[in-house]
Each structure stands twice: as C-alpha cells, then as structure tokens.
Design a protein. Structure first.
Length: 417
C-alpha cells in the first residue's frame, strides 16, 4: 500500500483520540538539532503572536488484537487496515516538519502481537527521530496499558509527553465493553510513568544535566456516553486519577457511533454540550478548589446542560452567598460565578489600595449579569433584589433583553449600576 493511502487511513483512525495534549516541555536547539520544543502548547493551540501550530496525529497501525466494542479499530471491525513501518513514520515526521506543516508528532497504535511488541515499535520511532536524526520537536507517545517498566522508561526518555487512556470511567464499564483491558493495568502503567517522572524531576534539582523523563507529564482520555454511567462517576474517576497519578489533563471524548456497533452501545452520540460541561467541571476541580462531589448531587448525578457547573453549584448553595469582594479570601472569591482566576487576582490587588466599588467591575470586564446576584461591594447589595434560585436562573440564562431588565432592577435597587 502506498504511503499516501496509509496516511489517509491511519490519520483518520487517530482522530478519535482526544488526548494529544500540548507540550509543556522545553528542548532547546544548540544548532546541531532539527527543531525545538517550547512551553507554548502545540496541539490545536495558538501562540501569542496568533500562529496556529499542529501535530502529525497518526496511528502506527489500526490492526488490533483487542475487541473493544466502542472502537472502530477493534479486531471484529471490517474497517480498512494499514500499517506504517518505523522508517515511514520517521520520514513523514521529518518531511512534514521541514515543510512547516507540523511542529510535532502524536503517535498511537492498535495493539499488535502483544502490548510490549507494540510499545517497542513506538519507542523505536521516537528513538530514531531523537538519536539518528537529532529531532528536537515535540513527541507525544501513547503508552500501552500493561507495557513493561523498561519500555516505558525508554518511551519517557524520548517523548515529551506520555498518555495511557483509561477509556471508560468504571471497571464495570470496561468489563462490559472492553474485557481485555482492566483498570488495574491502566493505573499500573500510570503509576510507573508517575514514579519515573517524579524521580527525574528530583534528580534534575540535584544535577542540572540529569536526563528528563516525559517532561510534559502524562494525560489520559475517557469516552463519554458509551455507557449509562453518570457524570458524577466520571468526575469521581478523574479526581482520583489526578490525585493518585498527578496527571496533567484528563480528556473527555463524546462517544461517536460506529458502523455495525454492538447492541449494548447507544445508537446516537451524546450531546457535545455534555463533553463541554465535563471540561468545565474538570477545570473547576483543577484550578478553583472544587471537589468532584460538589459539582453534582444525588438528585441530579449529571451536570446541567443548560448552565455551567459553577453557576449550577451557586444556585444550589444560595446560603453560601453573597460574597464580599472587599473582605473574602481568594478561595471564596473563586467560587463566584463570572469571576475567573485573572479577575480574582485583580480584585485582590486593587483592594490593597482602595475598596472595590461597583464601578470597578465593568472596568475589569467582569460579566455583571453573572456576578451581581452573588457579591457585595461598595454601591451594590443583591439582597435588595429579593431573587430566589429559580428567578435568578431565568434572569441569568435569558438573552440580552432580560439582562437589560436585570440591570434596570439593580440600578433601581442600588441607585446606580
């Protein structure tokens, strides 16, 4: 099969893996290497000067010995098959890089022969690029669950980032749809990568020239909507993985129906907004000090699709508000809907010099529609509006005309906006 056709098949097969994370590592070019990697993300990202950067995202092969029912490349699928040789992947990467098509490689693979054999093939690609061709660009390798510690150590030596996909949020889900895979094998692989990464960082602090190990860390991916597992369980699994293995990111991928799918799989894809809400909830856990259990409830184990998780939490916890912008600490301010990390930092900096007044908020480009019902500051007290959770939800979610009416009510209650 000619290379162009292989590329068409294996690039298309790789599109389902969402965990092709941005770099986060640094490999400087001393003039003897080809390319370099900087701390600016390079997967579907934009640099500060507006330049879009991208990866060559392919599978080594879409042949696979596993029969994961949600995967188009499962052994029982009739999808067209192809396989790259090590030299073909190396040549494609170098030629695409020289033509400025890409700035890095994301390489995954179906499992062929065995887990270790597959991992050995992917490591050989990275080793050839780094050692034989002095390639200094970004490399992200997929770590096959259950691969030997020795092969994972080699992978981390040559790759900027490794990712081992958990695939489904619970052990029961995996047993049902992918019985050849286990949570234990995935987490064991994650644990090896974590320990190697931490050891390399410690050694780097002692010796500047100590070799790095997957300097951009590791990530994983979960498929959403292939089973009936609610968002509460998905977020609980993500939180546990962050805590146990210090992952850089958990990626969420809405299930995509495949031809001749098993009857246990849904016939329709879940709404993409569900995937988006999970990313928002994940962000709240990582940067806003939310616990996974706070973002859903026993009554509603799935995230609200109509409003973001932070606003949904605030409407459930009216007893937590209003928050005083002039007195509350950073953690409390971060829980206010409409206030992000940047604006919280600005508020803390400004109030060292003078009290926060209502007039200061528009200057900081704060979303008044979302913030005003939940905060107190000079010139504003939401208690005068007398709005319950249902009324607040309608006013915040409604379009611009409703916002104008809300502004008018706030103006009348406080004397000024």
């Amino acid at each position: 099969m000619e290379t162009r056709l292989k590329l068409s098949i294996l690039a298309d097969a790789a599109k389902y893996d969402a965990s092709c994370a941005s770099s986060g590592s640094r490999r400087t070019n001393d003039g003897t290497r080809l390319g370099n990697t900087n701390r600016i993300g390079i997967c579907h990202s934009y640099t500060p000067d507006g330049r879009c950067v991208s990866l060559l995202k392919i599978l080594l092969t879409n042949h696979c010995i596993y029969d994961c029912q949600y995967c188009v490349n499962r052994v029982t699928s009739d999808t067209p098959r192809a396989r790259f040789s090590i030299d073909e992947v190396v040549t494609l990467t170098l030629e695409f890089y020289r033509r400025n098509y890409i700035e890095g490689l994301f390489l995954s693979s179906g499992i062929i022969q065995s887990t270790d054999y597959t991992m050995e093939q992917m490591v050989a690609v990275a080793r050839t690029l780094r050692v034989d061709h002095h390639y200094g660009g970004y490399i992200h390798l997929k770590a096959a669950p259950g691969a030997s510690a020795e092969l994972l150590a080699q992978a981390g030596q040559f790759a900027d980032r490794l990712s081992c996909n958990i695939e489904l949020p619970t052990a029961a889900d995996l047993q049902r749809l992918a019985p050849e895979k286990t949570v234990e094998a995935v987490e064991s692989t994650m644990g090896i990568i974590r320990d190697r990464h931490l050891a390399a960082r410690t050694e780097k602090q002692k010796h500047v020239n100590a070799p790095a190990f997957a300097p951009a860390g590791q990530s994983t991916q979960m498929i959403v909507g292939a089973t009936a597992t609610p968002d509460a369980a998905i977020l609980s699994t993500s939180s546990a993985l962050y805590r146990r293995h210090r992952l850089r990111r958990v990626y969420y991928s809405a299930y995509s129906p495949i031809p001749h799918a098993d009857s246990r799989l849904p016939s329709k894809a879940p709404p993409l907004i569900r995937e988006h809400r999970l990313y928002q909830a994940d962000w709240l856990m990582r940067f806003y000090h939310f616990d996974a259990s706070e973002l859903t409830s026993d009554i509603q184990p799935n995230l609200d699709l109509d409003i973001d998780p932070k606003l949904a939490w605030a409407l459930r916890r009216r007893d937590w508000f209003p928050v005083d912008l002039n007195r509350s600490g950073r953690t409390r301010l971060l829980r206010v809907p409409g206030l992000g990390v940047r604006n919280v930092n600005r508020i803390i900096a400004i109030r060292r010099h003078h009290k926060i007044h209502l007039d200061d908020l528009p200057r900081m480009r704060v979303n008044l529609r979302r913030v005003l019902p939940f905060v107190i500051c000079d010139g504003h007290n939401p208690a005068t509006l007398r709005l319950d959770s249902s009324d607040l939800r309608q006013r915040i979610v409604k379009p611009a005309r409703q916002f104008e009416l809300f502004e008018a009510a706030a103006t009348a209650a406080n004397g000024e906006l």
